[in-house]
Design a protein around this ligand. Structure first.
Ligand code: PFF
Length: 462
């Protein structure tokens, strides 16, 4: 084993690094948020815009995060300072992942907790014999309870904390290497089952036949938010992981693999969910966040009504898939903040992970209560859960992405960027000039226009 690979703060293998980054990217954002957003934003046209944003904005920004993180090596604050040529003022950018880590994990763990509870329910065959009304009532009762969802949310954070505490190689990398292949296997099994359902074709039409009359400015902002959220970019999360990248990783090529895996999983999730929804008359794809917690378990029971064991298996595999997807992402969220306390403040890794976890559990409890006891507690017209989601996906991610572009395109010495993307001239990167153009001009301008339009600063389109 080389010196680099034996260093515990480095991913031991290239595959491990790619899977860890893909693990962060592939999560509830793909299996829960993507179908929800697709359903409520009109289907195929939204998907097309999303894919465009993925290619032209999210992926280049991901590569930017990779370059900054790997160049710095030690931790994110140091990485920004080093990449800027030693200007200490840029260290503050490195604090972004620390703060965002708390915000994003706190509300993400609530939904992850729901999925863990639904896995448990599936395991004990708790869905069988339920009517559509019971599914709705049970979900509302569960999610608005003041204790149960908090318990499951806390359990998710404890599991996440355990893995992060084990370290980069033994925890994060090993976790990704086990969970990601399983996740793929589960997805393929479910896609096969879903496509064989009656009326699956209607679901495919919804997914793949665009209707551009449905495109509004908020559909565009939502598509951008979804692309950023799905690829985990803009918060500095992948920057944190890239600090652990080996020098032989091809940032552009391997970055493309991560983005491709992420997009594929989102589309495959659509292929699981929409044919299933359309297989039962009267169900709508725009059911919103409850799609996978009310509509789907109901579908599984109704469709496989006369083959109960298949309904059991289908539900169990589906929720296990959700839990694993959620865990590989929540690990990266916790790591963002914990890494800072561990490397900068020299707190032992397990203790740093526990400290961040405790704060997230507290914030997560408040987010969970915004579905019940705290329903009327609002800030800017939003409950706490919605506020955190808004802050992360629609504000910090685009603004963070914009700042990364400005930093990499205008502050960093071009030679440093080129060296990082070509591994010091050892690999060919024919797309480098295109990449630099995107990061310097196209991406920041695009983010600015979409953002300003949505804020009403001017009206390019409605
Ligand atoms: N990309 C993850 C998902 O699709 O579920 C969510 C996520 C992970 C967002 C890490 C932000 C982040 F820093």
């Amino acid at each position: 084993m080389g010196k680099e690979a034996s260093n515990k703060n480095v991913f031991a293998s290239k595959v491990g690094a790619i899977l860890a980054a893909a693990g962060s990217a592939v999560g509830l954002g793909n299996v829960w948020r993507f179908p929800t957003e697709t359903g409520t934003n009109g289907g195929a046209a939204f998907i097309l815009i999303y894919i465009l944003f993925m290619l032209l904005l999210a992926m280049p920004i991901m590569v930017a995060e990779f370059a900054i993180g790997r160049h710095g090596g030690r931790d994110v604050t140091h990485a920004f300072e080093k990449m800027s040529g030693g200007r200490r003022g840029w260290r503050w950018m490195g604090l972004m992942p620390v703060v965002s880590g708390f915000l994003v994990l706190s509300y993400y763990a609530v939904v992850a907790g729901w999925t863990l509870y639904y896995t448990y329910e599936a395991l004990i065959d708790g869905f069988s014999g339920k009517t559509p009304e019971t599914f709705t009532n049970d979900f509302v009762t569960f999610s608005s309870d003041s204790l149960m969802p908090v318990f499951w949310m806390a359990l998710v954070i404890v599991l996440t904390c355990g893995i992060v505490a084990l370290g980069v190689q033994r925890g994060i990398e090993r976790g990704a290497k086990i969970m990601m292949p399983l996740l793929f296997l589960f997805i393929l099994v479910l896609v096969g089952c879903s496509l064989s359902l009656p009326d699956a074709g209607k679901g495919l039409t919804f997914l793949f036949k665009p209707d551009f009359s449905k495109v509004t400015s908020s559909v565009i902002l939502n598509a951008m938010g979804q692309a950023f959220f799905s690829l985990s970019v803009g918060l500095g999360c992948l920057c944190t992981y890239a600090c652990y990248f080996r020098k032989d990783i091809d940032l552009m090529k391997d970055g493309f693999s991560v983005a491709a895996i992420d997009t594929l999983v989102a589309l495959l999730s659509g292929l699981i969910i929409f044919p299933a929804v359309y297989s039962i008359q009267g169900l709508q794809p725009d059911a919103g966040p409850s799609l996978v917690f009310i509509t789907l378990p109901n579908v599984f029971q109704q469709v496989f009504g006369n083959l109960p064991w298949l309904a059991y298996l289908f539900s169990l595999i589906f929720y296990l898939l959700l839990v694993m997807a959620a865990l590989t992402s929540s690990i990266s969220m916790l790591e963002m903040s914990a890494a800072y306390f561990h490397t900068n403040l020299r707190i032992p890794r397990p203790l740093a992970a526990v400290l961040v976890s405790v704060v997230c559990m507290l914030l997560g409890t408040f987010c969970s209560w915004s579905f019940g006891d705290w329903k009327d507690v609002t800030l800017f017209g939003m409950g706490l859960f919605d506020l955190f989601d808004f802050l992360v996906a629609k504000l910090i991610m685009p603004v963070g992405g914009f700042l990364m572009c400005i930093f990499l395109g205008w502050v960093v010495d071009e030679k440093v960027l080129r060296a990082e993307l070509t591994n010091h001239g050892t690999i060919k990167s024919p797309l480098y000039p295109v990449y630099r153009f995107i990061i310097r001009y196209f991406a920041p301008l695009c983010i600015f226009l979409i953002f300003a339009n949505e804020l009403g600063l001017f009206n390019l389109w409605k």
